[in-house]
Design a binder for this molecule. Structure first.
Ligand code: GCU
Length: 415
């Protein structure tokens, strides 16, 4: 009895401590006031100078020498590398059902269940795909890494609020009208976060011996979710109704970080859409404004263990986030910042777009050549590296979708 009581008291204390820290997080996140003077002096590593100090002047040198160097450094210091499993992972996708008359017959909905397994166990992941019925032949697709929905079968459309809009905000009908499909997975369905990390998460299939957590240079939560997105792409490649050369990968906030890392690693993604991705996404580490590396580690497993060494020493990082955007080149990237989303450092998101631009220019493509940030609500979807600072804060806003549709139309129809 005594022991049970003690356990009970201890759990109450830990719940209180947790809710306290959640409240404190919210206070930090909501109370950051933009002040450029707080940004320390910093110098960014040049994406176009190799580790050996040689200037990169051709696409060939970028692709053969510098880009692999940068990707290796992101894997070893920020997101962690995907380890070799002891035994190969078996991957299956099962088509749970097909509804050819979804949304008054406007689209076909397919629901899928993935299963990943080896001798260490198995992990599942759901995916939902909607394809327009009025188009014959394969269509471009928006693949969203969503916070919820896919595991409950689907997020049915919210016809009362707004016709054809999914409950996670996607205006499905607008995408369908343009001849685009929409698909989503749950970022995190196969990747546990928080205290349960290391247990029933995809990472466990990759452990060796008696390992129970990723090693310091191995992937964390962001790396795991990026891996999930690539598995969704494996499916899209097999679906004859999908033009798999035109898949745009979208993520918001934490999942925006995952979308950028996934798109950098997996060149099958034709474009990346980063919605308020902030720290570990589009924002620069060295500015240390709003959320920084120290704060990021209140989620102890999002990055790899090695990243912890750079807390307070961001200037020693061999990379910064402009180099991540650069690694997606020449594929289009759209970075969306929210004016009042200071926790995500909108200016840092802009400057990383600006400093990634020389790599896009190497391909003869347009990015953000001036240090000056564009004015509010003045997007430029015709650039391969697009940036918008829109009014509002952290979230999906109605007009964000219109801009993404415009961006997809411009770049996908051009080819
Ligand atoms: C927190 C965290 C962010 C993250 C966000 C999210 O605010 O600090 O880095 O993007 O959660 O909800 O994903």
């Amino acid at each position: 009895m005594q022991i049970i009581r003690q356990i009970f008291i201890l759990s109450i204390i830990s719940i209180l401590a947790q809710s306290n820290s959640v409240a404190q997080d919210k206070e930090w996140e909501n109370n950051v006031i933009y002040n450029e003077k707080q940004v320390p002096f910093y110098e960014l590593p040049d994406p176009l100078v190799t580790v050996e100090g040689k200037r990169v002047a051709t696409v060939d040198d970028w692709e053969q020498i510098r880009r692999p160097q940068i990707m290796g450094m992101f894997a070893s210091t920020i997101y962690g590398k995907v380890p070799q499993p002891e035994k190969e992972i078996e991957q299956e996708f099962e088509l749970l059902d097909t509804d050819e008359k979804f949304l008054d017959g406007k689209c076909t909905r397919k629901r899928l269940l993935f299963n990943f397994s080896n001798h260490r166990g198995s992990v599942g992941m759901h995916m939902v795909v909607y394809l327009p019925n009025h188009v014959n032949g394969p269509v471009p697709v928006l693949l969203q890494i969503s916070f919820s929905g896919a595991d409950r079968g689907s997020i049915e459309t919210d016809n009362i609020q707004s016709y054809g809009r999914l409950r996670n905000g996607i205006p499905l009908i607008h995408f369908l009208n343009q001849g685009f499909g929409v698909a989503y997975i749950n970022g995190g369905e196969a990747v546990r976060d928080g205290n349960s990390f290391g247990g029933n998460t995809i990472h466990k299939l990759f452990y060796k011996g008696n390992q129970s957590l990723p090693r310091a240079d191995e992937w964390g939560v962001i790396g795991g979710i990026a891996w999930q997105a690539s598995r969704a792409m494996d499916y899209l490649e097999t679906d004859n109704d999908v033009d798999h050369s035109k898949v745009a990968l979208l993520g918001f906030s934490k999942l925006g970080k995952c979308a950028l890392w996934a798109a950098a690693q997996d060149t099958r993604f034709a474009m990346a859409l980063s919605q308020n991705s902030g720290c570990a996404g589009a924002a620069l580490w060295r500015r240390s404004f709003g959320e920084n590396l120290k704060y990021m580690f209140r989620f102890p497993h999002w990055l790899c263990g090695n990243a912890r060494k750079y807390i307070g020493n961001e200037g020693d990082l061999p990379v910064d986030q402009h180099m991540l955007l650069a690694c997606i080149a020449p594929r289009p990237v759209y970075v969306t910042s929210g004016l009042s989303d200071n926790w995500a450092d909108p200016m840092g998101e802009y400057l990383s777009s600006h400093h990634a631009t020389p790599v896009y220019e190497l391909y003869g493509l347009k990015g953000q050549p001036t240090k000056e940030r564009p004015r509010i609500n003045e997007p430029a979807e015709d650039r391969a590296l697009s940036y918008v600072i829109r009014s509002g804060g952290h979230g999906y806003f109605y007009k964000d979708w219109d801009r993404y549709i415009k961006f997809m139309k411009f770049h996908f129809n051009k080819k």
